[in-house]
Write a protein that binds this ligand. Structure first.
Ligand code: GTP
Ligand code: MG
Length: 264
């Protein structure tokens, strides 16, 4: 544990003193070399920090796009297709272990090229059809470029996992330049998210004995959830179908009656 007080009042230990002494014995050319290398290392760390900042901005851009779509839909249909949005920036520890797994170096270029999920946006929808409606509206925007799409809803993973995954590229406009950044978007229903968060915990368990049974139970749960998601959507559609289609005038009056409701 870091003891801040101790850290602040740090005085040179005998080890530090010995190190300083041995440094003073080094020839000037070696010292200059060490200094240059240290400066280069610090420069790279600063570049890395800047890269994280740009990924964070790309994440914000993507999140705002989904918020705008939700607001528009709410105004049109008085219903929120998006229940919540979560964002996360991949930790440095996760980045380094993923690069190590891929046997790739820890450089700015390598991070940009090999890791698609530094910026992550998770969109939680109420109904299955909302997922595809929101994804289509998002992908139609001309500054959003689709790089990869994995539809684990139409084709779930063998463990039962369902979600729509998009890897997209989105521009970030800085004072002097535009940079296109990758963002991983996961779109799922509340039920799918509930399932994924429980299943995720299984990856951290080492008790191999009970694991197979839990995995099987989870798979059955995924099927139940899938059916429930489908039924909930059907019920909503039925309710929409039985309510009389309002005339244009009725619609205008209804919208006018809500003219002062706060816009989120
Ligand atoms: P990484 O797992 O990030 O290396 O990506 P990948 O190339 O396997 O891509 P994929 O689109 O399959 O998964 C991306 C992310 O989706 C993962 O990092 C998880 O957050 C989530 N995910 C994928 N599969 C599962 C799963 O079986 N269970 C859970 N809980 N989450 C999953
Ligand atoms: Mg990932």
């Amino acid at each position: 544990m870091y003891d801040i007080d101790h850290f602040d009042s740090h005085t040179e230990s005998s080890e530090d003193e010995a190190f300083s002494e041995s440094l003073s014995l080094l020839p000037e050319v070696t010292l200059n070399f060490l200094h240059t290398r240290t400066m280069q290392f610090m420069g790279k760390m600063v570049d890395y920090k800047e890269l994280r900042m740009i990924y964070a901005c790309a994440m914000k851009e993507a999140k705002t796009k989904f918020e705008v779509l939700n607001t528009e839909f709410n105004l049109q249909y008085h219903r929120n297709p998006i229940n919540s949005i979560q964002t996360r920036l991949k930790s440095t520890a996760s980045i380094t272990s993923k690069l190590a797994r891929l046997r790739k170096p820890f450089t700015i270029e390598s991070i940009k090229e090999n890791i698609n999920d530094i910026a992550g946006v998770r969109v939680i929808c109420s109904y299955i059809d909302d997922i595809f409606m929101i994804a289509d509206a998002f992908l139609r925007q001309d500054d959003v470029t689709l790089i990869e799409k994995k539809d684990y809803i139409t084709t779930p993973k063998s463990n039962g996992y369902r979600s729509l995954h998009l890897i997209i590229q989105i521009p970030v406009f800085l004072a002097e330049r535009r940079i296109d950044m990758k963002v991983e978007v996961q779109i799922r229903t509340i039920a799918m998210d509930f399932w994924a968060s429980l299943e995720h915990q299984l990856h951290y368990k080492n008790d191999l004995e009970g694991q197979a049974e839990i995995a099987e139970q989870l798979k059955q749960c995924a099927e139940t959830i899938s059916k429930t998601d489908q039924e909930m959507m059907n019920i909503r559609m039925k309710m929409e179908a039985i309510s009389n289609t309002p005339t244009e005038e009725e619609m205008l009056l209804e919208k006018f009656s809500r003219i002062d409701t706060p816009i989120e």
